[in-house]
Write a protein that binds this ligand. Structure first.
Ligand SMILES: *Cc1c(COP(=O)(O)O)cnc(C)c1O
Length: 405
């Protein structure tokens, strides 16, 4: 039977699995059906896929989900389940894993920041929820932030209408606290730059009974950060799901005090007439987020770290064979905490700019994405590489640098 005829036959055969499969020993019926049904949208739309030696960038679609996550997504996609029930159950599980009272899956860390802040402002008052981002008549309308923490991510909580009050020292903070203070916000990424550290921030907040929120979006690994800030006493902790945890790119976690999570959920779908209505997370993403977290927590993190170091060494060794090329490995202390390889070259020996190199790698086969760092250096991370891709990256970067020598 010709392939075309076989497919035609299979599509009308009543008992595809049993009868047909038995009659065609060289090809199982299921395999034939799935071959016929397989549609490659990446090819069809002419989309470029690439080896991600850059990192968990939103532009690069951040991370790839594990098989466990895909199973959670596929397994739930053929059933109806009440969305509230999924949030309840998954929230309980995540809270237990991360030492929080309660948790919810959000549309990324950004949405956790918005919904958490909304919950702080409104509590469970439906009138207040409907009024956001207009805070007329609200008693508490301000959020205190350290100057060094007041960077782009503050845009998330301010979606609620909350006003930012900047402070630098603990003394400033004590002075800034007043009857309008709704929340004290902390950006973990900037904790080395800010003058007030976590413990002091929390102690002052507790003294004045003000809720605290911390943004730790990209600060996993280390895995311990998943519970550290709950243990320290932050009332709300916001994490990205689609970065190194490798959940759905559009998912995140808001966890913390039960009353605040309850209030945050009222500001989110499936409820309407609130600012969170557009921050929908579907059942597949909620379950996928849980599967990713569960998977991540069970990983052998020491082994993973050694694998990353081994990959970096493969690339380092290859590129250093080119005269004029030097490498350095650093580990960012907070956020994207994994080995970062910088490859630099002496432009009198290697006549190429980082723009040229990035373009050659992008246009090569397979396509590779790295990060330009300076006109004569690039950065590479290996935590988003699939096994074996380190060798391809090593070969390609070495090839291009040699060509320009
Ligand atoms: C990535 C990031 C966010 C946004 O997180 P998403 O999960 O992409 O919504 C917020 N804050 C910081 C510090 C981040 O790095």
């Amino acid at each position: 039977m010709k392939r075309r005829d076989l497919i035609k036959y299979l599509s009308v055969a009543p008992l595809v699995g049993g009868v047909v499969g038995a009659g065609i020993p060289f090809l199982s019926a299921n395999a034939a059906v799935s071959t016929a049904a397989k549609r490659d949208l990446i090819k069809e739309l002419g989309l470029r896929t690439f080896i991600n030696a850059a990192g968990t960038y939103t532009t690069h679609t951040a991370s790839l989900m594990h098989e466990d996550v895909l199973e959670a997504i596929n397994g739930s996609s053929t059933h109806f389940i009440m969305i509230g029930d999924i949030q309840d159950k998954v929230g309980e599980k995540i809270a237990a894993l991360c030492h929080a009272e309660s948790a919810m899956v959000t549309a990324g860390c950004w949405s956790a920041l918005v919904l958490g802040t909304a919950g702080v402002l409104t509590g469970t008052d439906l009138k207040k929820i409907a009024q956001l981002p207009n805070l007329d008549g609200f008693q508490k309308t301000q959020m205190i932030v350290q100057k060094a923490h007041n960077i782009a991510y503050v845009h998330a909580p301010t979606n609620t209408g909350i006003e930012v009050v900047e402070v630098e020292t603990a003394e400033d903070l004590e002075k800034a606290i007043n009857e309008k203070t709704a929340m004290m916000w902390f950006l973990n990424l900037a904790s080395n730059e800010g003058k007030i550290k976590h413990e002091e921030w929390i102690a002052i907040a507790k003294k004045h009974k003000i809720p605290t929120m911390i943004d730790i979006a990209a600060d996993i690994p280390p895995v311990q950060n998943l519970w550290k800030f709950n243990d320290l006493g932050f009332d709300l902790v916001c994490v990205s799901g689609g970065k190194a945890i490798r959940g759905p790119q559009s998912a995140g976690i808001l966890m913390g005090k039960a009353d605040l999570i309850k209030a945050a959920r009222l500001n989110a779908p499936p409820f309407g007439n609130n600012i969170g209505r557009g921050m929908k997370v579907n059942k597949e993403e909620i379950l996928g987020m849980y599967a990713a977290l569960d998977h991540y927590m069970k990983l052998d993190h020491d082994k993973e770290w050694k694998d990353w170091e081994a990959r970096v060494a493969v690339i380092e060794t290859a590129v250093k064979s080119v005269a004029g090329v030097t490498t350095t490995v650093t580990v960012p202390p907070i956020a994207n905490h994994n080995p970062l390889l910088n490859i630099a070259w002496d432009t009198t020996k290697v006549k190429m700019t980082s723009d040229d190199l990035a373009l050659e790698l992008r246009n090569g086969s397979p396509s590779i994405e790295i990060m330009k760092f300076s006109p004569n250096s690039i950065n590479i991370t290996v935590f988003m590489l699939k096994p074996g891709e380190d060798k391809i990256v090593a070969k390609r970067v070495q090839e291009e640098l040699s060509k320009a020598s």
